[in-house]
Design a protein around this ligand. Sequence first.
Ligand code: Z16
Length: 792
Amino acid sequence: MTDSGFRHGIPKHLIYSLGMDPQNATLSDWRIALSLAVRDRLVDAWHTSARAERRAGAKRVYYLSMEFLIGRLLEDAIINLRLEDEVRAALASLGLSADEVIADEPDAALGNGGLGRLAACFMESLATLGVPAFGYGIRYEHGLFRQSFVEGRQVEEPEDWLTQVHAWEFRRRDVRLRLCFGGEVVEEGGRPVWHGAEAVMAQAYDTPMIGWQGKWANALRLWSAEPLHGFDLDRFNRGDYAAAAEPEALARTISRVLYPDDTTERGKELRLKQEYFFTAASLRDILRRFEAEGGALADLPKKAAIQLNDTHPAIAGPELVRLLHDERGMALDQAIETARGCLSYTNHTLLPEALERWSEDLMTRLLPRHMQLIERIDAAHAAENPDRKVALVQEGEVRMGELAFVMAHKVNGVSALHTGLMKQTVFEELHRLHPDRIVNQTNGVTPRRWLFSANPRLSRLITDTIGEGWVCDLERLCELEPQLDDAAFLDAYAGAKRANKADLAGWMAAEHGVQIDPEALFDVQIKRIHEYKRQHLNILETIALWQEIKANPNGNWVPRVKIFAGKAAPGYVFAKEIIRLINDVAAVVNADPETNRFLKVVFLPNYNVSLAERLIPASDLSEQISTAGKEASGTGNMKFALNGAPTIGTLDGANVEIRDRVGEKNFFLFGMTTDEVVARRAVPDHARQAITADKRLGGALKAVSQGVFSPRDRHRYRGFVGNLTGHDYFLVCSDFTAYWDAQRRVDAAFADPAVWWPMAARNTARTGWFSSDRTIRGYMADIWRAVPVDPA
Ligand code: Z16
């Protein structure tokens, strides 16, 4: 199939794989045909990789994650296989636009935000580095909901990416595992045996994850829940159609939908079932592979590094102990040791509401044997650490963070600041007992997708200046440093950004009917909507700026477009209020003829990976304004910096490390530090004090509470303003003045191209360290003890 080239391969798949007559084919048909033709080109590399790792007897990395936010796959594959020119030419000869075909692919939105996108970047880096690895997760029928706005309010609709042919996956008919829930544990021949009451099948689907230049590929293996047996023919024949289909529907519920909460776990039974379902299926698959290749069970840690992405798969500890001890007869202590030798755990948040806890009752009902083993693990840990106070079960709840910690040989945080706080706060005691266990692995992003593919103009300039080596060795961006005072280089750099901004402005006009000035400063905050991320701080500053411009409409204002995008968890009422307020402010401000030359506000609906790829290369300013101590790392912050958008931000998460690298002059720092945040909260009336001290903040809050942005419903934001003036846990009011001042420093810098462009370009030149290749190398050296394999 490769010999005939795409010009023949695309119509061939259209006609013979999809059974379409080219005369009737839609854009989607062509896109699927192209995907199949591109897929043909990567399958061989995939098989070669699998054979090479088997031959080498290599240690494999298993990345267990509830979420893989992979987005579109076609462009990724085209780019990594270096097929851009060939595909473009073939599509053109068929009368098709490559950009339109690529943009037709729905995002695979199998994640909420940073955690899921990190998993996707890691899969790409693992393949680029040639590390034998599997990603294991859930093949959700419905990914993250689609967001739209009705009268400014978020409306959620189910996402249905699988209603179209998904060209990238292979259903593995031979990989189908039976899993149980519930039932009871009985003694048989002196050994505990778990008899589950309810069973489902875990069906594997593999999607190849191809690395740079197609040299290596790994599988992303996603599990789909299916019933043991088709449907009940007896019942059907008796005319009981609904009942006949019931077991099927029930089984499939497990992989039906992604939970839409990013950092709040809510103790739902189905969620625990999802967690056990994919974890247990993955572990069984891992053991099966190990046993097929031969070797003593005690050597499992030499062949399998199993990374738990957050606590969601923490049940892996007891499950692996169960597989080794109950099912294979290994002594309990040795089973615990062996499991620990394989397992490691990444923590992604310190927010108390996000630390998973499951009630002992639910755990006993759903996983009775695991509950017993958790108690055994706990007792063993207590015996080894007689003075310990932390118990795995407290107040009738199983603490999954502590369980993951105790069962892991390494535990990592995702930025230097976050890892330090882990040691001082949630894991203080466990850290004292196991001082070598916690390590840091600062997050990273894949440069293939987030620079090379998303920003071709800047990529071309970089390659023309320092060659193409930067794509898989991102720290070589520092070779741009000598050019940062060169007028021609800076002109070209600014030219790339301007062209990206013009594209974005054109797209916004065409798709959303909003007119924005491409010369204005594009100030962008895109991420999940959450109080700790403080989109409300941004909108209050916007309101204050609007009022200031109105008071002096002939002033020398620096034109700005405030761009927002992001989803709120459907049950998070306050976050939805923030969305509505931003939309209400946009309606009033954008319609104000006195100010709209200088200030526009746009909230783009349905934020996803593809929208991020469009926005980030066209951004001037990156908003990373969380309350210090709350954002574990952030990864959007890295993408913006790489693409030449300086940060306005707090000393939180990876912002700290970004600032260290780009230099304090190239970063707009503001706000309280983690320690100051803690101290400030202890001040009674901190919000009121801050409001009294800052006229602008007072004025903005007054406008909101008086209904300036909700003229037909003047009391709409009473609760919102009440929260900020009274409680203000995230210290929006206390950080307002510093934020305002930082924004005015941004204005001054942007107004002077001789200041701005060197600053923007320095952000690109100095952030090569934030490649996920570097992160993965860190995990390999400090946690996995795995090495790349030569495919040849
Ligand atoms: C998530 O995306 C994150 C944390 C978490 O507990 C749950 C989810 Cl779904 C994010 C962090 O908020 C972010 O700071 C971090 O960069 C990201 O995980 C990847 O580590």
